[in-house]
Design a protein around this ligand. Structure first.
Ligand code: LLP
Length: 429
């Protein structure tokens, strides 16, 4: 393999035009593990984590990786070694977090609907904080905590009702009328209620305005509203407030978007946070892992139909749903550089017309048997995959320097039916 110049994403082309991940050939991974397969660069993950950590260094802060973006245990362990905490949204994520070795007190629990069982599990574990999203949840958490004889540390997740610009409306959460958080004009009442509940300790305020946000204004505006609330809450006796959580959402580059400018973000937010005396919490997911992953697939064949040309890859929408679900752009490239390009649709084998990665896009002229990658799929790729068309879920591979390891084995056919009994056990009540 020739010399490669590593990019921030951990993927680069050698002098001979082959795309590699750190020091490992993607061709070698495909041969050893098969395709489709997600490939992640450890170096890229570490670099993103460290860059954010450095940018926030002027104030006391905690970096809680939002594990919904990529909850592979090997990825989690890598971040745990860096000193990360986690943002979780379910009992299943709590389970994964503990498996990966995270201590409970490094976990915040977000989510608009937490079940009683999930509340119980998180209280028993002793997590750092619940990001509470409604009066109902506040009362319910109080009741569960009282029953267990413990007190629940709480941050109120407030919907700051700021204008947020994200590529798709599904990923906006901080605008008026969204299902997430406590509406800002009810937040002071919620604090009053929290202070009156015997098994609740009010520790902080929280927001999460959306995902893939490249402008800092909504963070700045949201933060100002939260700090305003903080002052009002202190005035009514909230004296145990320690944390201010501004959520995640920091943008990465898929095509030509500007990624979040960390220095500008820090300059806009940190002085205000410092003045408040609160500790900052951030919950980034995509920013840490998005550019650190590709979906490596093999071209099955090319075909022409009705004046269009299709490249059919062995990966489908069930392996990566973002293009289909959000109309999201992901770059598609040949692993071995090609001299010519054509305008094609890159599609998968799934029986849906919505099964595509790129539409009417100029891409490298690849042929049957060639390897391609779908870029920037380290976040919300594997975690959102499913078994439609009885397609086994793909493997995940982690690269570190010149080594790689299977971090999730590919499902086999037996895995597809393992939850279904051969014989039904009929019951009448
Ligand atoms: N905190 C909370 C409360 C969240 O709901 C989310 C994401 C995050 C943090 C992390 O956001 P990030 O830094 O990754 O943008 N599946 C969609 C994204 C959904 C995001 C949901 N919440 C996608 O593929 O674009």
């Amino acid at each position: 393999m020739g010399e490669s110049v590593l990019t921030a994403s951990g993927f680069a082309r050698t002098a001979s035009g082959e795309l590699v991940c750190e020091g490992v050939s993607l061709e070698a991974i495909a041969q050893a593990v098969g395709t489709p397969v997600y490939v992640y660069s450890s170096r890229a993950i570490r670099e993103q984590y460290d860059a954010l950590d450095r940018a926030l260094a002027p104030v006391p802060h905690r970096l809680h990786y939002s594990m919904k973006a990529n909850s592979n245990l090997a990825v989690l362990r890598l971040l745990q070694e860096r000193g990360a905490g986690l943002d979780i949204v379910s009992g299943g994520e709590l389970f994964r977090a503990r498996k990966a070795g995270f201590s409970a007190d490094s976990i915040v629990f977000s989510g608009v609907g937490k079940s009683v069982q999930e509340l119980r599990e998180a209280l028993a574990a002793g997590i750092l904080m619940f990001n509470v999203e409604s009066f109902f949840e506040l009362e319910q958490l109080n009741e569960v905590a009282t029953g267990m004889g413990v007190r629940a540390p709480v941050a109120l997740r407030v919907n700051p009702e700021v204008r947020v610009d994200t590529p798709h409306h599904y990923t906006r959460t901080g605008e008026r009328g969204n299902k997430f958080g406590i509406p800002i004009d009810e937040a002071l009442d919620a604090a009053q209620r929290a202070l009156a509940l015997p098994s609740i300790v009010l520790r902080g305020l929280d927001m999460h305005i959306g995902s893939q946000v490249s402008h800092l204004e909504p963070y700045r505006d949201g933060l100002e509203r939260l700090l305003d609330l903080h002052a009002q809450m202190r005035a009514i006796g909230a004296s145990d407030m320690r944390y201010l959580d501004i959520g995640g959402g920091f943008a990465v580059t898929y095509e030509d978007e500007t990624p979040m400018d960390l220095d500008a973000l820090a300059a806009a937010l940190l002085p205000k946070i410092e003045k408040s005396g609160l500790s900052l919490i951030v919950e980034p997911g995509r920013f840490i892992v998005g550019n650190a992953g590709v979906l490596l697939a093999r071209v099955m064949h090319r075909k022409k139909s009705g004046g269009k040309e299709y490249i059919i890859s062995d990966a489908g929408m069930n392996d990566l749903v973002r293009p289909s679900h959000y109309d999201a752009y992901h770059a598609v490239e040949a692993v071995h550089a090609r001299d010519t390009r054509s305008v094609v649709d890159v599609v998968g084998p799934v029986c849906e017309s919505g099964d595509f990665f790129a539409l009417d896009r100029e891409v490298d002229d690849v042929e049957a048997g060639d390897l391609i990658v779908v870029r920037t799929t380290g976040a919300y790729g594997y975690v959102m995959s499913f078994n439609y068309n009885a397609r086994p879920r793909v493997a995940e591979v982690l690269v570190d320097g010149d080594r790689f390891a299977v971090a999730t084995r590919r499902e086999n056919y037996e895995d597809l039916v393992r939850l279904e009994p051969q014989q039904l056990e009929w019951r009448t009540d």
